[in-house]
Design a protein around this ligand. Structure first.
Ligand SMILES: NC(=O)C1=CN([C@@H]2O[C@H](COP(=O)(O)OP(=O)(O)OC[C@H]3O[C@@H](n4cnc5c(N)ncnc54)[C@H](OP(=O)(O)O)[C@@H]3O)[C@@H](O)[C@H]2O)C=CC1
Ligand SMILES: CC(=O)[C@@H](O)[C@H](O)COP(=O)(O)O
Ligand SMILES: [Mn+2]
Length: 382
């Protein structure tokens, strides 16, 4: 029986993780759950999965749910609550499915407590990849990818040593605005941006897919997860999201991982690794799909991807800045404060003004994150 803690259980990844648990009641036990503000769904989850500890976003929400839960369930809240669920239960595996670099302290706490990490929260690895991976190595903790492309690469690599690898290629759907010109992008709405062609996901990552910042974050995520230099990581536009990513080896062989776009498959693989089990998902029929398409990536059309490569190559605090500026810009777009194309301007401005600090300690990461957020929040075209 595997014991789990899930950070962000009410979100897209969190609810699909619980679908996987439901499909295998004999294999998993839920020890801890953490969410933000969706109290109604959270209470249902707690009553169904019976964790011993839970956490919510605020003190008020904690008081509210205490009244509706059995007294033996311990209720926490806020950042400390998230850390308690990450590190203070009997779970052996922690699924990190909160959104954004706010997941960094709890991810580090889980690693320090020796938990295996099912890593969905890519922003933590972008913000502080050198610290997260170094601590995981030190503690002998595995970082098992949940992100579909990285799960694919992990499966294709299958433990092959670096010297046999020529290139990792991440596939990109192109997001909601794949076929629009930059001129057309000037007037797109939030509702349009939230219509991803293939995946149903949380709103922040759906906007990231539309700007291609998601693929940028994923390039940096791949750099840290697989210890690969940036010139051996590439991106290919693949509108169908059936090939989730592939590895080209030095002998020219390419191994790819395919499947319907269904996050329950990579989530389950991270939870059962190295085993494989029947998944609660439909089988892929290539005959039905008929054809798969590919296009060269257009870096002028998607400048967020170029900026992510640049930030990754610069290293140090540059990816922290890329991520923090993007988080604020996306949140401002979702709130209707700024037009879509200003997202990339906010990131460009943050990167341009930043003096990169090499090999930053955790406190420097937190300070850079906070400074960048302040600048990105104040950015205006007027
Ligand atoms: N969705 C997907 O298919 C994929 C997602 N990812 C990554 O996984 C992560 C999660 O994405 P996704 O599931 O789409 O995001 P969602 O927005 O759907 O979910 C975010 C979760 O975090 C919770 N949360 C928010 N604030 C807090 C807080 N202060 N304390 C505790 N929990 C909080 C939310 O709770 P509540 O709703 O209750 O407020 C919710 O459960 C992101 O890093 C994303 O990039 C990676 C690959 C695919
Ligand atoms: C499901 C998943 O892993 C997302 O990160 C997805 O990859 C988004 O798709 P695109 O960024 O390719 O549009
Ligand atoms: Mn992905």
């Amino acid at each position: 029986m595997k014991k789990l803690a899930i950070l962000g259980s009410t979100g897209s990844i969190g609810t699909q993780t619980l679908d996987v648990v439901r499909a295998h009641p004999e294999a998993f036990e839920v020890e801890g759950l953490a969410a933000g503000n969706n109290i109604e769904l959270f209470i249902q989850q707690v009553l169904e999965f019976k964790p011993s500890k839970v956490s919510v976003g605020s003190k008020e929400s904690a008081e509210k749910i205490k009244q509706q839960l059995p007294a033996h369930i311990q209720v926490f809240y806020g950042e400390q609550g998230l850390i308690e669920i990450a590190a203070g239960t009997d779970a052996d595996t922690v699924v990190t499915a909160v959104m954004g670099s706010m997941g960094l302290p709890s991810t580090l706490a889980a690693i320090d407590a020796g938990k295996t990490i099912g890593l969905a929260n890519k922003e933590t690895l972008v913000t502080a990849g050198h610290l997260v991976t170094a601590r995981a190595r030190q503690k002998g903790v595995q970082l098992l990818p949940i992100d579909s492309e990285h799960s694919a690469l992990f499966q294709c690599l299958n433990g092959e040593p670096r010297e046999r690898i020529h290139q990792l290629t991440l596939t990109a759907s192109g997001g909601s605005f794949r076929d629009r010109t930059r001129e057309q992008l000037k007037h797109v709405t939030v509702a349009d941006a939230l219509k991803h062609p293939n995946w149903s996901m949380g709103s922040k990552i759906t906007i990231d897919s539309a700007t291609m910042a998601n693929k940028g974050l994923e390039v940096i995520e791949a750099h840290w997860l697989f210890d690969m230099p940036y010139d051996q990581i590439s991106v290919l536009l693949h509108p169908e999201s059936i090939i989730h990513s592939f590895v080209e080896f030095v002998d020219t062989s390419i191994i790819a991982q395919l499947g319907n776009p269904d996050m329950r498959v990579p989530i389950q693989y991270a939870l059962t690794y190295p085993d494989r089990q029947q998944a609660p998902s439909s089988r892929l029929s290539l005959a039905q799909i008929g054809q798969l398409n590919f296009r060269e990536m257009d870096y002028d059309r998607f400048p967020c991807l170029s900026m992510a490569f640049e930030a990754g190559r610069l290293g140090g605090t540059a990816p922290t800045v890329f991520n923090a500026a993007n988080e604020i810009a996306v949140s401002r777009f979702l709130n209707g404060e700024i037009p879509f194309l200003l997202i990339e301007d906010i990131i460009a401005d943050a990167l341009q003004q930043h003096e990169v600090i090499a090999n930053p300690e955790l406190e420097v990461i937190y300070a850079t994150d906070a400074q960048t957020r302040a600048r990105a929040s104040a950015f205006s075209v007027l």
